[in-house]
Write a protein that binds this ligand. Structure first.
Ligand code: C2E
Ligand code: CA
Ligand code: CA
Ligand code: CA
Length: 276
């Protein structure tokens, strides 16, 4: 048996090593993963509340590690944004979507996939030629590709407007993601060509609870109606929440009540069973 002090010394040396390895360079690791094409797309079904049918999916990036674990996107998307790798994440996700769901999208012109864009994709307009290149000759219609962007993407209002206008002209649909968590006032959203509003999960979780934000949820829904936007609720976990959203005229929902994000093959099975 090791004396306790020696065991502690060993353990702290080992954890020091781990920290060193992890600190070695997360950016390098992500760059390597991108180079090797290791990021994959999972798909969370989007459900039409009125019918319970599946109308499409949101593509969510996954980074599977050699040991079978996954690095959650919240841990590397901010890093990718800070280090200029995010553009490659966007491009690889778009390519993955076409590869995984291209047949489904060609077979069913009503199906759609939502892709998460980062602020730089929108403000610089860099996403426009990328989308054009990927969709040209693919047999997939622009209106089948929905684009989600958080309010941070709209801070440069002029850049955002130019990109959003062109996306609309081509027939894409655009959504404000995580709505309610940023600064959006009615005034500037009103002036941007946006089609959908995604209510952040925190406002859905609050439904029928004592949480202070529960009083905000109806206002956010009312704002969406006022702006003539279709509303998607994210993070729907209970039938109770779904029922509330239905009565409030919310169009679509996603969340664990219906399904977590699924690998492409499992999503295709879900789609076949639940498609509109
Ligand atoms: P998001 O766009 O708001 O995506 C929704 C997140 O909520 C996802 O987490 C999803 O798995 C999770 N979620 C869905 N339904 C439920 C539910 O019922 N309950 C709970 N507790 N969670 C639910 P995920 O996949 O970990 O993604 C986190 C964030 O990372 C996303 O938030 C998005 O901001 C970002 N992200 C994911 N994929 C991409 C991507 O391809 N590109 C970019 N730029 N960002 C991405
Ligand atoms: Ca999203
Ligand atoms: Ca969201
Ligand atoms: Ca969210």
């Amino acid at each position: 048996l090791l004396p306790l002090s020696a065991a502690i010394a060993l353990l702290s040396a080992a954890s020091g090593l781990l920290v060193l390895r992890r600190q070695s360079s997360p950016r390098t690791e992500l760059a390597k993963a991108l180079k090797k094409g290791e990021l994959v797309a999972h798909y969370q079904p989007i459900i039409e509340l009125a019918t319970g049918r599946c109308i499409g999916a949101e593509a969510l990036v996954r980074w599977p590690r050699a040991d079978g674990s996954q690095t959650p996107p919240d841990m590397f998307i901010p890093l990718a944004e800070e280090t200029g790798l995010i553009e490659r994440v966007t491009d690889q996700m778009l390519a993955a979507v076409i590869e995984d769901l291209g047949d489904l999208l060609r077979d069913d012109p009503h199906a759609h996939v939502s892709i998460n864009l980062s602020a730089v994709d929108i403000t610089t307009g860099r996403i426009l030629p990328v989308l054009e290149r990927v969709l040209d000759g693919s047999g997939i219609q622009p209106r089948q590709i929905w684009l989600e962007a958080t309010e941070r993407s709209f801070i440069d209002v002029d850049g955002a407007r130019a990109t959003l206008l062109e996306l609309r002209r081509r027939g894409h649909r655009t959504a404000i993601d995580d709505f309610g968590t940023g600064y959006s006032g009615l005034n500037y959203i009103q002036n941007l060509p946006i089609d959908l509003l995604k209510i952040d999960r925190s406002f859905i979780t609050a439904v029928n609870t004592e949480a202070p934000t529960r009083d905000v949820t109806p206002y956010i829904i009312a704002m969406g109606h006022e702006l003539k936007l279709q509303i998607i609720a994210e993070g729907v976990e209970t039938e109770n929440q779904a029922e509330y959203l239905r009565t409030q005229g919310v169009s679509f929902a996603q969340g664990w009540l219906y399904s977590k994000a699924l690998p492409a093959s499992a999503f295709l099975v879900f789609w076949t069973a639940r498609r509109r």
